[in-house]
Design a protein around this ligand. Sequence first.
Ligand code: NAD
Length: 471
Amino acid sequence: MSESLSFFKKVNQNFDYAAQFTDHPTGLLDQIKICNSSCHFTFPIKRDNGDIETLHGWRAEHSHHQLPTKGGIRYSTLVNEDEIMALAALMTYKCALVDIPFGGAKGGIQLDRNEYSDTELERITRRYTYELIQKNYIGPGIDVPAPDFGTGEDEMAWIFDTYITMSPDKLDAIACVTGKPINQNGIEGRKEATGRGVAFGLEEVCNYADDMKNIGLETGIQGKTVAIQGFGNVGYHAAKFLFEKDAIVVGISEIDGVVYNPKGIDIDKLSDYSKENATIRNFPDAIYIENPNEGLELECDILIPAALENQITEENAPRIKARIIGEAANGPTTFKAHSILKEKGALIIPDTYLNAGGVTVSYFEWLRNLSHVRFGRIGKRFEETTYNAMLRAVENATGYQFTDTERMIVHGADETDLVNSGLQDTMINAYQEIREIQLQYGIPEVDCRAAAFINAIDKIAHSYLQLGIFP
Ligand code: NAD
């Protein structure tokens, strides 16, 4: 089948491949696969110099089997309806896989954010939000956006402020968007969540001795060499947390080239350098490679595409040396490239699983917003007092005096602890489910991606059947 298929059709190729291993009726599979609704709108904005410009925006709600729908908002020149529907579909499968009770959605505006000032971006984001409100494509129980490629906390704060201004009497309005800054009803750890989830996921993958042996690697994340494409939110945080887990990040590629050091790159130093110079080019502690595409072909154990879709294709897949492909970006590997890599014996950890950390912590933020209380606020002090009393009782009974380090166990869980442990638990459980499905089928055809899709399809089918929507 051709590589020139649209992105949505490519997502559906993976769906169809996995669906053949299930026994759900064709009509139900069609309903799961189809995009339930999508909306294209154009709107004008006034540039700082007074010019009027027309922009194109989209929002797609792929599946209403659970509400609200949930998915990021992307600012990129490549945004179009097909891309948004494909990304919304991936969100549906991702949420199902990690047991998050949302349908999938995605939105975007076709623009290059570097061509607009901050005040223009604010006007654009507010106007886009207004369009979503008008069309009923946003709301805490309807559809809840989040950051994606080209957007971050600032855009989420503008969306939040616009929505809340237009619905002042709605108690739950603060849950209309996630990925907000902490001081604007955001949650600790959301900004880092997707990258941290990638690190937790890959750590879990590398802990299975048999799987590692099959691909010629040692067990454990420590010492694994890693190359990452994209040094934005997801790429930077994945690099940072893998570095903290003693993996060796040997290469980072950005749009203007690659930095490579086989002994390892200091991630925080590179981040400071790229903020200061607005490029990673000529970072002093590494070799610089002009062609960004070469970043995918570096000698390494783990390759993490963390930029955009369709980066690993049938053209470059034969030259990829990594034994593990960890899909932090959405849809980075084409269907044909997947087959080539699999043929070469690589282990491909799919996007629907590996980048689910973002939506997981978004879910926690949404819950926090609906409950109007910070996680840990009510129980933390009580836990600490109880644990302290227990330690004192042990000290009195035994005469033993706990050291300050040992006393750390009395620390009650705060929001950061709870968010991170909830995220880790989610990533571990979801991978175990995927592995169990692979073991259950016991055939090479059901690889990690197919198993992830089978799991998601089964859960969504179950949810539809429980709803009793088929009279
Ligand atoms: P971002 O805008 O913060 O960063 C993307 C980075 O990739 C930018 O620095 C950009 O310059 C770089 N880039 C673009 N094209 C490149 C290329 N050809 N080679 C090398 N670098 C390139 O975006 P992000 O939020 O980090 O998202 C990255 C990917 O992760 C997207 O596919 C997105 O859908 C996915 N994702 C993001 C989140 C999230 O929470 N932000 C959650 C799940 C999935």
